[in-house]
Design a protein around this ligand. Structure first.
Ligand SMILES: NC(=O)C1=CN([C@@H]2O[C@H](COP(=O)(O)OP(=O)(O)OC[C@H]3O[C@@H](n4cnc5c(N)ncnc54)[C@H](OP(=O)(O)O)[C@@H]3O)[C@@H](O)[C@H]2O)C=CC1
Ligand SMILES: O=C1O[C@H](COP(=O)(O)O)[C@@H](O)[C@H](O)[C@H]1O
Length: 517
């Protein structure tokens, strides 16, 4: 990157950032730390301002204290350089505002002009809505009516998930936002798209002669995507009990990762080209035809009492703000097909759940055996695997077969791993850093376009609708276990199994790794 290009990028990031929901959990855990990392790395120059917005009263000083505490607790960089912190903090101001009151927005507009002048900002506006979805429409209207879209620079709105509850509600929300913002001004967040290893999927696929020619149904037996969490519903019961795992993780993160694995090569690795290919995958998803079809191909579960590392854990129905008779799923696993030329016949198994034994996100590509007369008929051969480790460990490993040393016919599985987080460690940016930076530069590649969102809802709505008909298929699994056995049976019927996450439980494998294992 040339210095000139660098400075052009920084100039385009000059903006007032409006953080709606500035007293909320997301701001504290993710957004303040992300802004601090960007500043520390020089990706925000001095010409920006952040206005924290929420109803509760705060002085600028109190708000800066909140930001400081959040960075101390959650940032990958420490805030112990007083000079750096003071310079950063100067850019932060707070205004108490109720989203339903347009007067507050007029005052915000006046404050914005002062911030433009103070920080030399050319009228650019980035509105970040870390708010409950029912406020997305009202805030958009009041931004317009309060005059905030009349400044001479660009205007962009970053919208948190969930984008709706189903297709009709998402459509309604989109229609409201479209009355104020054009599609190219709307940045719908799916923070998984900001993760390094999700973005790395394109490089692994398209920059490696090892994989690119094999990436199809002739060579791939199945694909497995696991997003497992050890946490329960925590203090988000009010939201989660209405949402469940399918809407919270399936409609967005899981389908987005699936599209990155399955999409055709885009004509260029950027913006609309990538999004065009992703939406084609979503359009090719085989829709479940009947409720019976859903019940056969999708397993749902809810965690019951259990234990993890010797600690007793309550069941979901005992959690605060959860209906004690709730039938909300905290787990689901599905067999999905992408009905196109490349993927015909290849099952994509996806699963996610709370209160599972390990926090991890992994994609496993299981290759077909060679079929050669020499080894193809052997049932003890381990299939070749390519495993992409997304979160929290980042890296890839491949599992291959080699000769067992000293034996005539023995075959030894060997796993070769590149652990990116072990090697690069602190330097890996958080997803929210990358996404805020992209939005400020006007790069929407890793945000979801409306056609993607609507296709994903259409797919998920069929499942939700079958589930609504009756709940007798809800399986209870002990907290701390790997979820309902029915999900294992689904793969077993096809002659497969879920590969253990990190493959570490298989002790016949020789590991070559930079993790020191
Ligand atoms: N927390 C997380 O980890 C994640 C959150 N999200 C999404 O991000 C969004 C925010 O989540 P989160 O931070 O957890 O939510 P919180 O409930 O913690 O925060 C909500 C924020 O909205 C403000 N608010 C509520 N009503 C109004 C109003 N009428 N006018 C002005 N401000 C208002 C609240 O401040 P006050 O009460 O002071 O007005 C508070 O700052 C949601 O859409 C959520 O789904 C997405 C992924 C992860
Ligand atoms: O969007 C969400 O994601 C988190 C998991 O994100 P991760 O980056 O920690 O893997 C999940 O806990 C939450 O329920 C969901 O809303």
């Amino acid at each position: 990157m040339t210095d000139q290009f660098k400075s052009e990028e920084l100039a385009s990031a000059s903006a007032v950032f409006y953080l709606f929901g500035a007293t909320g959990d997301l701001a504290r855990r993710k957004l303040f730390p992300a802004l601090f990392s960007l500043y520390k790395e020089g990706k925000l120059a001095e010409d920006f301002a952040v206005v924290g917005l929420a109803r509760r009263p705060r002085t600028d000083e109190q708000f800066r204290d909140d930001v400081y505490e959040s960075i101390g607790e959650f940032s990958r960089y420490k805030s112990d350089d007083a000079e750096l912190w003071n310079r950063f903090a100067e850019h932060f101001v707070y205004m108490s505002l109720d989203i339903n009151n347009v007067e507050g927005f007029r005052e915000l507009d006046r404050l914005s002009s002062q911030l433009d002048a103070k920080f030399n900002i050319p009228g650019n506006r980035l509105f970040y809505l870390a708010l409950a979805p029912e406020l997305f429409g009202p805030v958009s209207f009041n931004l317009r009516d309060g005059g905030l879209l009349e400044s001479k620079g660009w205007h962009r709105v970053v919208i948190e998930k969930p984008f709706g509850y189903d297709l009709p509600s998402a459509q309604k929300l989109n229609d409201q936002i479209n009355q104020v913002f054009r599609e190219e001004e709307i940045y719908r967040i799916d923070h998984y798209l900001g993760k390094e290893m999700v973005q790395n999927i394109e490089v692994i696929r398209f920059a490696n002669a090892f994989f690119e020619p094999l990436w199809n149904n002739k060579h791939i037996a199945n694909v497995q995507i696991t997003l497992s969490e050890t946490v329960g519903v925590e203090e988000r019961g009010g939201y989660y009990d209405k949402s469940g795992a399918l809407r919270d993780m399936g409609q967005n993160h899981m389908l987005q990762m699936l599209t990155m694995i399955a999409m055709e090569p885009p004509s260029r690795l950027q913006g609309e080209d990538i999004r065009d290919e992703k939406v084609k995958v979503l359009r090719s998803l085989r829709q479940y035809a009947t409720s019976e079809d859903v019940r056969t191909n999708v397993t749902r579960g809810q965690y019951a009492e259990g234990s993890w590392r010797g600690k007793a854990l309550p069941g979901y129905r005992q959690e605060d703000s959860v209906n004690p008779e709730s039938v909300t799923e905290t787990y689901f696993a599905a067999k999905v097909f992408v009905d196109n030329f490349r993927w015909a016949g290849v099952p994509f198994y996806i699963r996610t759940g709370k209160r599972l034994p390990v926090k991890t996100t992994e994609v496993v590509i299981e290759f077909k055996n060679t079929g050669s007369v020499l080894f193809g008929q052997r049932h003890d051969l381990t299939p070749n695997l390519l495993v992409i480790r997304v979160n929290p460990m980042e890296g890839i490993y491949i599992k291959i077969n080699a000769k067992e040393p000293g034996s005539d016919t023995g075959v030894q599985p060997v796993a070769m791993e590149f652990c990116q987080s072990c090697k690069i460690g602190l330097n890996t940016p958080e997803a929210y850093e990358r996404l805020i930076y992209d939005a400020a530069r006007g790069d929407s590649t890793y945000f979801t376009r409306w056609d993607e969102v609507s296709q994903a809802w259409a797919f998920v709505d069929r499942i939700a609708s079958a589930w609504r008909e009756e709940s007798s298929d809800l399986q209870f699994y002990p907290a701390g276990s790997w979820g309902p056995e029915k999900a294992d049976e689904m793969l077993a019927k096809d002659g497969y199994r879920w590969w253990p996450v990190n493959g570490q439980e298989e002790d016949n494998v020789i590991w070559v790794t930079n993790t020191g294992k």
